[in-house]
Ligand binder design. Sequence first.
Ligand code: FAD
Length: 497
Amino acid sequence: MNENLCHCEWDLIVVGYGAAGAAAAVEAHDLGARVLILEKMPEGGGNSAVSGGGFIVPNDAEHANEYLAATFAFAHDEMDPETVRVFARDSMHLKDFLSRLEPEAEFAVWGYANYPHLPHADCITKYTVKGPDTGGVNLFNLLDRAVKRRGIEVRYRTPAKTLVRENGRVCGVTVESNGKEVRLDARCGVVLCCGGYEYDPASLQRFAQGHSIGGLGCPGNTGDGLRMAQALGAKLWHMTAYSCPLGFRLPGHEAMCLIMMRTPGYIWVNQRGKRFVNECGIDFHSALYAVNAFNPSNHNYDAIPCYLILDERARQKGPITHALFGYLGIKEKVTLSPDWSKEVAAGAIYKADSIEALAEQIGLDPDTLAATVERWNGDVRDGCDTEFARPMKRDLKAKETMAGLSSLTLSETIEEGPYYAVPLYPALLNTQGGPKRNARAQVLDMNDLAIDGLYSAGELGSIWGTVYQGSSNVAECLVFGRIAAREACARLTDCAV
Ligand SMILES: Cc1cc2nc3c(=O)[nH]c(=O)nc-3n(C[C@H](O)[C@H](O)[C@H](O)COP(=O)(O)OP(=O)(O)OC[C@H]3O[C@@H](n4cnc5c(N)ncnc54)[C@H](O)[C@@H]3O)c2cc1C
């Protein structure tokens, strides 16, 4: 053992201070545990604080269980029925949990089921915490106040490096502190809440189909928990599952900017200058899967990047995107210019007086792009997308998956120059994969047996697969953070010294 190691005793160590870590710490503290939170960044929040902060609250546990289980069936994904059942049951009480932490908390409806045609979709409502900021900030600030009121210690700039296991049981971590390796012991175990691997290019290359995949969230999420759990033989799951819309890059920034269109007058084209999908028909979280098909004929990912094509009317609607959340806007305070001039000058958006000149700037065949735009315009005038059946108008009877963001008109022509193109890349909200957990938030080994003393919650080894019901990631942070704490703290009396 390293001679620099020193000992410090806690009941529970929580690695990562986002929503999952905060929920675990508060619950464990309230059960009488002495809790330490380790956070590698200078401040807490992780992805949670820059997220939309939406969380689902079903109104019927059985119906939610059936609905959520059906989302796994779409993509034939690995599902642990007991884990989903427990999630469906406990997520019903999330508003009560937050209200217990702060009785004056208020909630707003944020949307409804993402797959309304599935049985029992009506039982799903998404909520956010009301407040002066974006949903994720409001939620994390509420949790952070609860942590502070309890006097729970958070050590910032203190990344956990390895898990310590003795006599078959996880009993602490080593951390890097002031350039030294230090061992911290925890009698009841360790809860890994340290997020996904959005900012670990090596893990993305290993597990994700596609390339040039970036992140919208916290740059601290570099897959540390994945490696720590793997080192102890954890089984992995959901490694091909990603919650990943499209976004664009602003030079000089690691985090990407999310694209959420303000205008119906746009199309996406691939590197062959052709549309490849109903742009409005994709669930927002699943856009990666629309662009990451490898073309075996030309040995290329034809749609990474793909290009958003718009016209002057679109530009006049204001900034290029509803960039309401994400690390770029919330932590780095980057704003987008209303007239797009800043982004054009920075090379993030291309601008030209004709479609053909635009095509040349981005390296597409001018005649093909012009023909694609002409066909689109003709289809819109005729009221029918003959290529991908993109609707002209939103179905007003359908409940919105994200309240207030979709416009009534879904399709408009692109015909008033100048014209604009934005190179779009996959932009992760979060990775879902990681160490498999069970309904008791225990991390499992290759034989599906619990690794003694090791728990996880949140995005690291999320319970969700390829097809994702929006706002279930934040919900699982709160549900499994609390379960992990209760399971670990069941050992408080056994472990007393
Ligand atoms: C822009 C955006 C919008 C989103 N909107 C929603 C939404 O509305 N609803 C929803 O359900 N989901 C949403 N998501 C996804 C959701 O935010 C995440 O799944 C969730 O917040 C993950 O929470 P967490 O607590 O597991 O991890 P995080 O909140 O990411 O926290 C992990 C923390 O661990 C720290 N860490 C990493 N490694 C170490 C280490 N070795 N030692 C110590 N600390 C470490 C990180 O720095 C980070 O602070 C969104 C994501 C983004 C980026």
